[in-house]
Design a protein around this ligand. Sequence first.
Ligand SMILES: Cc1cc2nc3c(=O)[nH]c(=O)nc-3n(C[C@H](O)[C@H](O)[C@H](O)COP(=O)(O)O)c2cc1C
Length: 329
Amino acid sequence: MSALETDFTRDAGVEVPLICGAMYPCSNPELVAAVSEAGALGVIQPLSFAYVHGKSFAEGLKRVRDLTSKPVGFNAIVEKSVKAYEDRMRRWIDEALEADVRFFVTALGNPRWVCEAVHSAGGVVYHDVTEKKWAEKALAEGVDGLICVNRRAGGHAGALQPKELFEDMSGLGVPLVCAGGIGSEEEYVEALKMGYSACQLGTRFIATDECAVHETYRSAIVDAEEEDIVLTHRLSGVPCSVIRTPMIDRLGTEAGPVARWLLKNRKTRHWMRTLYTLKSIRGLKRSSREGLGNKDVYQAGKSVAGIHEVLPAAQIVRSFRDALTAKES
Ligand SMILES: Cc1cc2nc3c(=O)[nH]c(=O)nc-3n(C[C@H](O)[C@H](O)[C@H](O)COP(=O)(O)O)c2cc1C
């Protein structure tokens, strides 16, 4: 069996066991399509299409489909606290299924209703997890695979190292994807050797020609070292990896005492997270698109250490694929 063939490539119908993870606000249709067209899996972030890239979800999906007929994924952040949001997510999932999307990545809430909709159309659902207890819950709700988000990840980071997560989850009997800290071909090959079925990369794909972020964001990733990445609780109420900028220094990385109390309380937690999310959605959109100088907030993970230049997305997919197959010869 070729090193390229894994449980994940069979589930997703792709050639290379590599995912360009969904990223709010960085997933634009051209980036998703370029990754899929090159043989890996680009994942649609529907909120990013609808609120950042000036397209309705339907227009964004059509743009992806005009650029590639290969498999693409869809990211459903499952948040039940706002009814209008859930209704819209259900509509978007139906539209994605109609456009032949069959690979779904769920995050945060209970993925059961997504599994029901996707399974009835013959698709698969992988769920983002940071710990075994959440993995077991998600499996009980019907997910088919797990995206293991480790402590090196960009966006919402986990607490464990990639190896610890793999050891905790490997007995669960489903494909495991490593998410976090993969910026170079060596790190990629290492994760697959460990036993992961694929890797999900975010930060590496922001520093590409196709990603429509402001030039200052791409440069910040290329210039940053691992020590420049800090965890902040101030964006969404859960730890989020960002590049240390003057804005982050000004904001601080800890939530204030009232916010901390509201985040601990079961009844108010959802509202506090929604408030944080609404605030950060605007801020992230503006600094990713406009490059605001001293107001910048750039999400990125420790994989910045292995990222030294802006490249076309297809070149990244090709060189990661070649590194994996070189191991065989
Ligand atoms: C800017 C940014 C935004 C992200 N937004 C999302 C998102 O909307 N949904 C999601 O499931 N994961 C999101 N993630 C996580 C990525 O899909 C991926 O798992 C993560 O970036 C992997 O870590 P890496 O950045 O070290 O490669 C985001 C990551 C980044 C860097």
